[in-house]
Design a protein around this ligand. Structure first.
Ligand code: TYM
Length: 342
């Protein structure tokens, strides 16, 4: 537990719990990012003090084209606002604007065993894909993520299932530090959607949908045009059976039913019923149309917000200021505990 909660109390007197989450600005977000994480972010901001971060420093672990990264970072911020993150309810900001993230990362680096970082599956996977650039930042990536979370005393971290191991490392780090220095950090809990913790690739439904996939037919970008969305769903890989039911081994159909249920607000059972007796062709078309329809208002909002650079600048400046005020208090406490002159 943190001894000092930097967030305001609710009118009822009890403290609102704190949420932190982040997303990398490495390209337009996918339907996986949206259903696995962002959709929950929007809902959770109603009941929590939420901080949502565009983690541009994390993106540097893979070589980036500087001009593209700058553009993608602003685009990512605009997308967060377009999907419904409300700056009056939460704090959206850009990670590199708040210097405490890199500072706490260094301190935590000195509290995380080398072996623990080496066990991270994302490090192993990314090292395999980027064999020519296995840099120290890629190895340290989870330490920066732990810093992001622990700086704000986050109680809950809404992420997709692929981030569970990193969350576990953040928890271990908080506990290890607290064991040495007393109760400094809140030990965060992951919040992973039971229904859509992992949206799968449309082409290889045993693999996670990812924007870094070399085949664009395997993922839906949330800014894809409606006709592109429908086309991608029409070519989604299913199986050689005919029944539209959620069953072990039917990875492609399970994924499509999950996506359909998530965007229409139905249960999987209701979605199965809606397609009883129908063929795979009709099914894929209906899922594509439902997704296109669900994303349409966000795409319209995005176009407006991204065009308004003055508004975006105001949002990220305000976000950075608020995030810095909160995180500086943690940083001071940490520096004092570890013996620095403050
Ligand atoms: P990133 O940018 O890869 O993804 C952002 C969020 O989207 C989720 N996600 C998915 N969920 C379900 N199905 C999918 N196919 C899918 N693809 C992505 C991710 O789980 C994530 O929640 N390391 C993080 C960013 C980060 C962070 C943090 C998150 C940095 N600091 C602190 C939480 C707290 C990442 O690379 O996410």
């Amino acid at each position: 537990m943190t001894t000092e909660n930097p967030t305001p109390a609710t009118p009822g007197g009890e403290k609102k719990k704190i949420i932190f989450s982040g997303i990398q600005p490495t390209g337009t977000f996918t339907l996986g990012n949206y259903l696995g994480a962002l959709k929950n972010w929007v809902q959770l901001q109603e009941d929590y003090n939420a901080l949502y971060c565009v983690v541009d420093l994390h993106s540097l672990t893979i070589r980036q084209e500087p001009k593209e990264l700058r553009e993608n970072t602003l685009s990512a911020l605009a997308l967060l606002l377009a999907v419904g993150i409300d700056p009056n309810k939460s704090i959206p900001f850009i990670q590199s604007h708040v210097h405490t993230h890199a500072e706490l990362c260094w301190v935590l680096d000195c509290y995380i065993p080398y072996g623990e970082l080496g066990r991270m599956t994302q490090f192993k996977d990314k090292s395999a894909v980027h064999a020519d650039n296995i840099n120290a930042g890629l190895f340290n990536y989870p330490a920066l993520m732990a810093a992001d979370i622990l700086l704000y005393g986050a109680d809950l971290v809404p992420v997709g299932a692929d981030q569970k191991q990193h969350l576990e490392l953040s928890r271990n780090t908080a506990i290890r530090f607290n064991n040495v220095h007393g109760n400094v950090f809140t030990v965060p809990e992951p919040y992973i959607s039971k229904d859509v913790g992992k949206v799968m690739s449309l082409q290889t439904p045993t693999k996670k949908m990812s924007k870094s996939d070399s085949n664009p037919k395997s993922y839906i970008s949330i800014l894809d045009k409606p006709e592109t969305i429908v086309k991608k769903f029409k070519s989604a890989v299913t199986d050689s059976e005919t029944e539209i039911v959620y069953r072990e081994g039917k990875d492609g159909v399970n994924n499509l039913l999950t996506i359909y249920a998530a965007v229409t607000g139905q249960s999987i059972g209701q979605a199965e019923q809606a397609f009883a007796g129908k063929g795979y062709g009709d099914f894929k078309l209906a899922v594509g149309e439902a997704v296109a329809e669900h994303l349409r208002p966000m795409q319209e909002q995005y176009a407006k917000i991204f065009a308004d650079k003055a508004y975006l600048t105001e949002i990220y400046k305000q976000g950075a200021e608020r995030a810095l005020t909160i995180s500086k208090r943690t940083m001071q406490k940490v520096y004092k505990k570890v013996g620095l002159v403050v």
